[in-house]
Ligand binder design. Structure first.
Ligand code: SF4
Ligand code: SF4
Length: 244
């Protein structure tokens, strides 16, 4: 937990502009700043950057599993213990030529929720996970993605109730589906985006055939989603362990 020591704070407000999610508030009564603990993501930017010349911003021991989860996902230099990956604890599908998590005929889905300035409550991540699972997508397991460690049932995407009000800087909901299911998964996302209090970007991984073709994105026209403007191409030159 990150706290402001009331005895050291001079109320200069300098720290406020550095907080990634506007969690540092000013009390005009006390003429000091304090941290809104519901909103703080434990990203530790204020601590790492030593933004307070008085040393008034202090780390307090993260006293439960969900607090620790919140910190390791929100702080980009932390390593997530289960997956061993820094930066939200997942490689997503960027290493698919080696991992082979997404097979031919499947679509990989990475829903990147929250942003600096906005963040994401886990209750909203749950809504999105349940929406895509309900549309037939298969959520990624805990050995690949941290969010799954909080799920009570990977098939439905429900998270443990105790975590729902924790605020993270960003978290990724990962899944995959068959190519012919993509349209219904995207329709589920269009529906759930109106029910959440944050933003997300959507990454898809598609595997092309021997002619370099894949028609799966044709369904975007039917549901009013613009064609993506950018993409990354993995040509498998690294170590193509997975040809499946
Ligand atoms: S920078 Fe330090 S002294 Fe100034 S308001 Fe923030 S915590 Fe208080
Ligand atoms: S740890 Fe992050 S979210 Fe919390 S007060 Fe510091 S900068 Fe803001």
């Amino acid at each position: 937990m990150t706290m402001i020591n009331n005895d050291l704070c001079t109320g200069c407000k300098i720290c406020q502009k550095y907080c990634t999610v506007d969690a540092i508030l000013y009390s005009s009564e006390e003429k000091k700043c304090y941290i809104d603990q519901e909103r703080c993501t434990e990203c530790y930017v204020c601590l790492r950057q030593k933004v307070c010349s008085q040393g008034a911003i202090e780390p307090i021991e993260l006293d439960n599993f969900y607090k620790q989860f919140q910190h390791v996902i929100s702080d980009p230099v932390e390593n997530h213990g289960v997956t061993g990956v820094t930066g939200r604890g997942t490689e997503e599908v960027k290493t698919n030529d080696v991992s082979g998590r997404i097979k031919k005929g499947e679509v990989g889905i990475a829903i990147d929720m929250g942003r600096p300035g906005m963040g994401v409550y886990l209750r909203d991540a749950e809504k999105v996970a349940m929406a895509v699972a309900g549309a037939g997508a298969e959520l990624a397991p805990a050995e690949h993605t941290p969010l799954a460690t909080l799920m009570t049932d990977l098939k439905v995407g429900k998270l443990v109730d105790e975590c729902l009000n924790y605020h993270l800087l960003s978290v990724i909901v990962e899944a995959k589906c068959q190519e012919n299911q993509l349209k219904q998964v995207l329709e589920a996302l269009q529906k759930v985006e109106k029910e959440i209090d944050t933003v997300f970007s959507l990454g898809l991984i598609l595997r092309v055939d021997e002619n370099g073709e894949n028609q799966t994105l044709e369904c975007l026209n039917d549901i009013g989603i613009a064609r993506p403007h950018r993409g990354k191409v993995n040509v498998g030159l690294g170590k193509p362990l997975s040809l499946a």
